[in-house]
Write a protein that binds this ligand. Structure first.
Ligand code: 5AD
Ligand code: FES
Length: 359
């Protein structure tokens, strides 16, 4: 791949990678590598976090937005090798929520102060375009002041267009890794990085607020892979970026791989805030699973979104992407209250707003 650094002559202007990131909000691939080599430099991490938080403050103040996550199906036709609900995992206990169950989650979520709902699920063909359109329309009719985000994987342009016309506002589709060889290592042959990227560009073209993202410390990930991720994010310029540490799942080929590093995740959150200053950046459940104060630390590194679970408690443990996932026993109200306190403990405020991209 051609190094975008060759397009501008940062090598000889005396500015190092951290300074360029802070001053100009961009990094070439080689600068990404230079910066990532310094992840153990605590002073640098603290400096980047301080700059990231001050940028977040500039655009969003002390507000932290919530998205109520409704995990409505754990059936999936894909076989991502790292994921506990992949098609090939015969031990996964499968469930689907009916339209009415989904609407009950929204009803309850609205009372609790959620103004964005996220419908997340595996790639489940039972939910045809027609069924999805009906669910989307019901949610948008029932709660017209709320934003609706979908996270249901790769679809055709036409299907994305239908969902958009039915009222969906946003779409989350992590790219998982922007490195071709790494993508092949994590997925079976039928799933390609090219198709993934095409979906993200289609979603952008259709006017969705788009979320990309990747796991930190996934098996086979190198500094080069992360540099590719950061270059890709600068190219795509998504409105949201979801990152969290990889956490092994016992029923996958990566069961005995180490979990991703919390420190590296925090470092990357700051870098991403600096590259895309207005980005909506969640402190993810995986970060909260890897470290009991992971989400608070994420906010202190520049994140400004949390995504508590609104799914029915009876199904929560079944949406089992990785081991020891937090919040699988709590009622939605408990999570909301718990998070409000956690957010307040780092000087931020959990707000009752849609939390649109401010750009
Ligand atoms: N560890 C951490 N995150 C995971 N995901 C899937 N499996 C794992 C895992 N083992 C993430 C993927 C996916 C999102 C819904 O969950 O990045 O996009
Ligand atoms: Fe779910 Fe704390 S956020 S219990």
């Amino acid at each position: 791949m051609q190094d975008v650094g060759e397009c501008y002559s940062e090598e000889d202007d005396g500015m190092d990678a951290a300074e360029r990131l802070i001053n100009e909000h961009k990094l070439s691939r080689s600068e990404c590598m230079e910066l990532l080599a310094r992840v153990d430099d605590a002073a640098l991490a603290a400096k980047l976090a301080a700059e990231a938080v001050s940028l977040r403050w500039k655009y969003y103040g002390n507000k932290v937005y919530t998205r109520g996550l409704i995990e409505f199906t754990n059936y999936c036709k894909n076989d991502c090798y790292y994921c506990g609900i992949r098609h090939g995992n015969i031990n996964a206990v499968r469930y689907r929520l009916s339209r009415d169950e989904i609407l009950q989650c929204c009803e309850h979520g609205y009372e609790l102060g959620f103004r964005t709902f996220v419908l997340q699920g595996g790639e489940d063909p039972w939910y045809t375009d027609e069924r999805m359109e009906e669910i989307i329309r019901s949610i948008k009719t029932g709660w017209p002041d709320c934003a609706l985000m979908l996270s249901i994987g790769e679809k055709s342009y036409d299907t994305y267009r239908r969902f958009r016309e039915a009222g969906a506002d946003r779409y989350l589709l992590r790219h998982e890794t922007a490195n071709e060889a790494h993508y092949c290592y994590l997925h079976p042959a039928g799933q390609t990085l090219r198709a993934r990227k095409q979906c993200l560009y289609d979603l952008k073209a259709l006017g969705y607020q788009v979320g990309a993202g990747f796991m930190v410390g996934s098996p086979g990930q190198t500094v080069e892979c992360l540099a590719d991720d950061l270059v890709f994010l600068q190219e795509l310029r998504p409105e949201m970026v979801g990152i969290g540490p990889f956490i092994p799942h016992h029923d996958t080929r990566f069961a005995h791989e180490p979990a991703g590093s919390v420190a590296l995740t925090l470092f990357l959150l700051s870098v991403i805030r600096l590259l895309l200053p207005k980005v909506l950046l969640p402190a993810t459940t995986a970060l909260g699973t890897a470290d009991p104060r992971g989400r608070e630390k994420g906010l202190m590194a520049g994140a400004n979104v949390v995504m508590p679970n609104l799914s029915p408690v009876k199904n929560r443990k079944q949406y089992d992407l990785y081991d020891n996932k937090i919040c699988t026993g709590e009622e939605a109200a408990e999570c909301r209250g718990c998070l409000a306190q956690r957010v307040a403990s780092v000087g931020c405020e959990l707000v009752t707003e849609r939390g649109d991209f401010c750009g």
